[in-house]
Design a protein around this ligand. Structure first.
Ligand code: GLU
Length: 485
């Protein structure tokens, strides 16, 4: 095996890029870039019932969006392709033949029903269901007879008895399994398609993978794979089984759980910044030590090490994600935030599909006013609602304020000022407010709160001058007029 670190992300492309998959891919990527190694993305597309093509595309797009690139895959090729299993079937055949020839694998003619019955009986006896080994010792004649009956054979691996299979996992440390707990398992289905545990070993071997990084849920597959490496006479790669991701209730995140958005695409569609999600995902099961949590991709690459992957499960904390995303959003280039926000404002029907220059300018100022509050771009819709509704919605607190004694005087004076202000610029608005203060003798909260409440329906918000300016003279006058006598 060469000294170069070679790692791979090997999804079954049955759907979009899941957060867990993205995390595996990210750790592989970071390690490959840290060590000047190679990152391979290959696809386990043997589940023919699903839409593999779109799954492959959406996985690659999701990775690309996150800022993860690869050195070998279906789109750019590489020295060890093809990079999807269905195109590799002929590469597997010699190994299947070899295992059968050497008596390490054998055809099994048991039908689904027979196997199910066997399992039921074992379960009824309180045993862990294991294949009985019924077809292990079939004679050539018996095999012939099964074939004549039209039975299709799967190929099973003959699991050696009485072995302890041990390995040093880079995350979990020393791990051991007994081979007696593993029944002879199927490596090739009756339709000739190899099963995961077999194909993954052949792929990892042929692609010279040096370290297998994958989710903890695969830990029990690893002894099966090690037995196959041994039977085939291959070097065994290292393994790093990364911890589970739990939801906020500390339960294993299940793909059906709707309390968490689990797919990278969902975050993209809401207008999260990819570098924020990347930073967040990186810390789900890895930390460089220390308090610091904000890392650019370059810093992640510089700091990454397998030894700092965590053994304990990671909890997916949406509040933390939003806190982190907000930090990125605040510091993002305004144009970028505008680009992300515009489609959401359009979807809400707030602004048209085509923006002329003045409207574009106005939208930019609006986004700028709220940029600091955003964790993701879609939040702009709720935050700016008051600019687009005919009438503001009045919060209870606003109603309270508007019933205060000084309100008519303040609003009358301000109304008259706005009416007579030709330009209605932010600077002019500042002057107007000063004028109202002078004229009525009210200042501070007593002055600003009623104006804000009357015009926005709210008691808190962004900078008042800028808010009034962006609302525009007509809207401000209209909203004030409801309180003016
Ligand atoms: N296709 C498997 C998965 O998506 C790959 C497991 C592995 O990395 O070995 O979980």
């Amino acid at each position: 095996m060469s000294d170069q670190v070679r790692v791979r992300y090997a999804p079954s492309p049955t759907g979009h890029l899941h957060l867990g998959g993205a995390r595996t891919a990210l750790y592989c990527y970071l390690l490959a870039r840290h060590t000047q190694g190679a990152f391979v993305v290959r696809f386990e597309d043997t589940d023919q019932t699903r839409h593999m093509e779109s799954g492959i595309q959406s996985q690659l797009e999701g990775l690309k969006w996150l800022g993860i690139d690869w050195d070998e895959s279906v789109d750019i090729g590489g020295p060890y392709g093809p990079y999807r299993q269905m195109e590799r079937l002929q590469l597997y055949q010699p190994f299947i033949d070899k295992l059968i020839e050497e008596g390490k694998a054998y055809p099994c003619y048991c039908s689904e029903e027979e196997l199910a019955q066997e399992r039921e009986k074992q379960e009824a006896r309180g045993e862990t269901p294991l294949y009985s080994g019924k077809c292990r010792h079939l004679t050539a004649g018996q095999r012939e007879r099964h074939r004549e009956e039209g039975r299709k054979a799967s190929i099973r691996f003959r699991v050696p008895e009485g072995l302890t299979i041990a390995f040093e996992d880079r995350v979990r440390g020393h791990v051991e399994f007994e081979s007696d707990g593993i029944g002879d398992f199927i490596i090739v289905r009756p339709d000739g398609i190899p099963m995961y545990n077999f194909a993954v070993v052949l792929d990892d071997h042929m692609m010279k993978i040096s370290l297998v990084i994958r989710g903890e849920e695969h830990l029990t597959n690893t002894p099966r794979q090690i037995l196959l490496y041994q039977a085939l006479g291959f070097d065994i790669p290292e393994f790093a089984h990364i911890s589970l991701i739990l939801n906020q209730d500390r339960k294993k995140m299940s793909k059906r759980d709707e309390s968490i958005m689990q797919f990278v695409e969902q975050y993209r569609d809401l207008g999260y910044l990819p570098e924020a999600l990347l930073n967040f995902i990186a810390l789900l099961g890895w930390s460089p030590g220390g308090e610091e949590e904000i890392f650019s991709k370059a810093e992640l690459i510089a700091n990454f090490s397998v030894d700092r992957l965590s053994k304990s499960p990671a909890v997916f904390d949406t509040d933390k994600l939003n806190w982190m995303s907000n930090l990125y959003m605040k510091n993002a280039d305004l144009n970028r935030v505008v680009e992300l926000a515009v489609p959401h404002l359009q979807k809400a029907g707030y602004i048209p599909e085509q923006l002329d220059a003045p409207l574009r300018q106005w939208v930019e100022s609006l986004v700028k006013l709220y940029q600091e509050q955003l964790s993701y771009a879609a939040e702009i819709v709720k935050l700016t609602e008051l600019f687009f509704k005919e009438e503001p919605e009045f919060e209870e607190e606003s109603k309270q304020i508007l019933s205060e004694e000084q309100v008519p005087a303040v609003l009358n004076s301000f109304y008259a000022g706005v009416r007579d202000d030709e330009d209605f610029t932010p600077e002019g608005i500042k002057q107007l407010l000063k004028h109202v203060q002078k004229e009525t003798g009210f200042k501070g909260k007593q002055l600003f709160m009623p104006i804000r409440a009357a015009v926005t329906g709210q008691t808190h918000g962004r900078d008042l001058d800028q808010t009034l300016y962006l609302l525009g003279k007509d809207k401000v006058l209209r909203r004030l007029s409801a309180f003016v006598r």
